[in-house]
Design a protein around this ligand. Structure first.
Ligand code: FAD
Length: 404
C-alpha cells in the first residue's frame, strides 16, 4: 500500500491532506505534527481569537474526528527528527521510523529571536502558536496591562490593535522610521502608523532597543538609554523557516527549502509547501517564499497533486490580509516586482478607503484594497493579465476596474 506522509500541523499540511483524499487517493496518509493540537490556522491568533471574539472553531481546521473519518492517521505531539531520502524513511521523536513513498515537508516557520540581553526572561513572549495566543490572552483580556511590543510588522501591529481593544497600554518600539515600510513603502506604512497613534498606541520609531530588564521577570525595555516600563514584552521581529530537517537530510536550502513550481525539493519524493518553501514562480521566473495564509492554503493542494504524480504547478499570486481596528485590507502582488514599481492611488488615503496599485511599465504588479471590498479578485486578474493600463483610468473611481 502506498504511504504518503505529511510533516507539519498547519494549513499547508491540512490542505494537502484534504486534497489527497479529494483526488481519490486511497492509500495510507499520515500527518506528523509536533504541536499537541490538530492542524490549525494562525491568523485569528493575533485578532479575533486573541480578543475573545472567536472561539477555537475559528482556529482548528477540522475537528479531530474528521481525520478518522477520512482515514488519515494524525500523530500530534510528535516531531519528525530525521529524514533519509535515499531510504525513504522518516525518524520520529521517541524512536519510531516511518517509511514513505512520498513525504511533504510543511514545517512552517518560527519567530525570529532577538539577540539582546534579557530576551529570555519570563514575561518576554513571541506569538506563533495557539498556546502563545492563549498565554497572551490570559494577560491581556482583563485590560490595564502595559504591553511593550518590539517590532512593528504585521503581527506586532495586529496585537497592538487587539491589546488596545482590550483596554491595555501599548508601546511599540521599531528600528525603522515607518511601520511596515519594507512591505508597503513609507506612504502606505504611515497610514498604519497614524491609525495606531489615533488609537492611543505610543509608537516610537527609529529607536534602538538595547535590552530587556527585570529580576524574576521582564519589567522594562531599555531603548536608547531610557527604560520603558512593561508588564509584558512581545517580540515580533519576523520569522525564520523551519528548515532543520531538510538541511540535515542534505536538501537544497536557501531562504527556505528550494522547490520547483511543482513543489518538489532537490531530493526524490520529497516535497515542501507553505512558509518553509522557497518555490520557483513560473510567472516572475524567480524563487519566492511567502509567509501568508493564502500561500499555505493554495500550495498544500499543489504539493498533494505533485505527490500523486500529477502535473501540478504553483503559480499563485501572493495574497495577504489584515484586520486592525476598523481597517480591513487585502494585498495581492509580487513583492520583488512591487519594490521597483510606482504607487498609484484610487480613493482617499486620509479616510483610509482606497485601492493602491503598484504599476511597473504601465502594468499592475500589485494592488492593495483598504476598506474597499469585493475588488481583490479583479485586482488579481489585472495582475495576472499583465496588460497595459491607463494610469488616468486606474485612479478614476468612476471607471470600473473590470473595464481596464
Ligand atoms: P505553520 O502554520 O507554521 O505550520 C507548521 C507546523 O509544523 C507547526 O505546527 C510546527 O510546529 C510544525 N512542525 C515544524 N517542524 C516540525 C517537525 N519536525 N515535526 C513535526 N511538526 C513540525 N497570514 C495572512 O495572510 N494573514 C494574516 O492575517 C495572518 N495572520 C497571522 C497571525 C499570526 C499570529 C501568525 C503567527 C501568522 C499569521 N499569518 C497570516 C501567516 C500564516 O499564518 C502562515 O503563513 C501560515 O500559518 C503558514 O502555514 P504553514 O502550514 O506553512 O506553517
Amino acid at each position: 500500500m502506498t504511504h504518503l506522509v505529511i510533516v507539519g500541523g498547519g494549513l499547508a499540511a491540512a490542505s494537502a491532506a484534504e486534497t489527497l483524499r479529494e483526488e481519490g487517493f486511497d492509500g495510507d496518509v499520515t500527518i506528523v505534527a509536533d504541536e499537541p493540537h490538530p492542524p490549525y490556522q494562525r491568523p485569528p491568533l493575533s485578532k479575533g481569537y486573541l480578543q475573545g471574539e472567536e472561539g477555537l472553531d475559528a482556529v482548528i481546521l477540522h475537528p479531530v474526528e474528521w481525520y478518522g473519518e477520512n482515514d488519515i492517521a494524525l500523530r500530534t505531539a510528535t516531531a519528525a527528527i530525521s529524514l533519509d531520502p535515499a531510504e525513504h524513511r522518516l525518524g520520529l521523536a521517541g524512536g519510531e521510523t516511518l517509511t514513505y513513498d512520498a513525504v511533504l515537508l510543511a514545517t512552517g516557520a518560527s519567530p525570529r529571536r532577538l539577540p539582546i540581553a534579557g530576551a529570555n526572561l519570563p514575561g518576554v513572549m513571541t506569538l506563533r502558536r495557539l498556546d502563545d495566543s492563549n498565554a497572551l490572552a490570559e494577560q491581556l483580556r482583563g485590560g490595564g496591562k502595559r504591553l511593550v511590543l518590539i517590532g512593528s510588522g504585521w503581527i506586532g501591529l495586529e496585537v497592538a490593535a487587539s491589546a488596545r481593544e482590550l483596554g491595555n497600554e501599548v508601546t511599540v518600539l521599531e528600528r525603522d522610521p515607518v511601520p511596515l515600510s519594507a512591505a508597503l513603502g513609507t506612504e502606505l506604512g504611515e497610514i498604519f502608523g497614524r491609525m495606531h497613534r489615533e488609537h492611543g498606541v505610543d509608537l516610537r520609531m527609529s529607536v534602538n532597543v538595547e535590552r530587556v530588564v527585570g529580576e524574576a521577570r521582564a519589567d522594562g525595555v531599555v531603548v536608547d538609554g531610557e527604560t520603558v516600563p512593561a508588564d509584558l514584552v512581545l517580540v515580533g521581529v519576523g520569522a525564520v523557516p523551519n528548515t532543520g530537517l531538510a538541511e540535515a537530510a542534505g536538501l537544497e536550502v536557501q531562504n527556505g527549502i528550494l522547490v520547483g513550481s511543482n513543489l518538489r525539493t532537490s531530493a526524490p519524493d520529497v516535497f515542501a509547501a507553505g512558509d518553509v518553501a522557497n518555490a520557483y514562480h513560473p510567472v516572475i521566473q524567480q524563487h519566492l517564499r511567502s509567509e501568508h495564509w493564502a500561500n499555505a492554503l493554495n500550495a498544500g493542494p499543489v504539493a498533494a497533486r505533485s505527490m500523486l504524480g500529477q502535473n501540478a504547478v504553483f503559480d499563485h499570486i501572493p495574497y495577504f490580509y489584515t484586520d486592525q481596528y476598523d481597517l480591513g485590507m487585502e494585498l495581492s502582488g509580487y513583492p520583488p516586482l512591487m519594490s521597483q514599481a510606482q504607487l498609484v492611488i484610487r480613493g482617499d488615503l486620509d479616510t483610509r478607503e482606497f485601492i493602491a496599485f503598484w504599476v511597473d511599465d504601465e502594468r499592475v504588479v500589485g494592488g492593495m484594497n483598504v476598506n474597499v471590498w469585493d475588488v481583490n479578485e479583479t485586482v488579481q486578474e489585472l495582475i495576472r493579465s499583465g496588460k497595459r493600463v491607463d494610469a488616468a483610468a486606474l485612479v478614476d473611481p468612476s471607471v470600473p476596474l473590470e473595464t481596464l
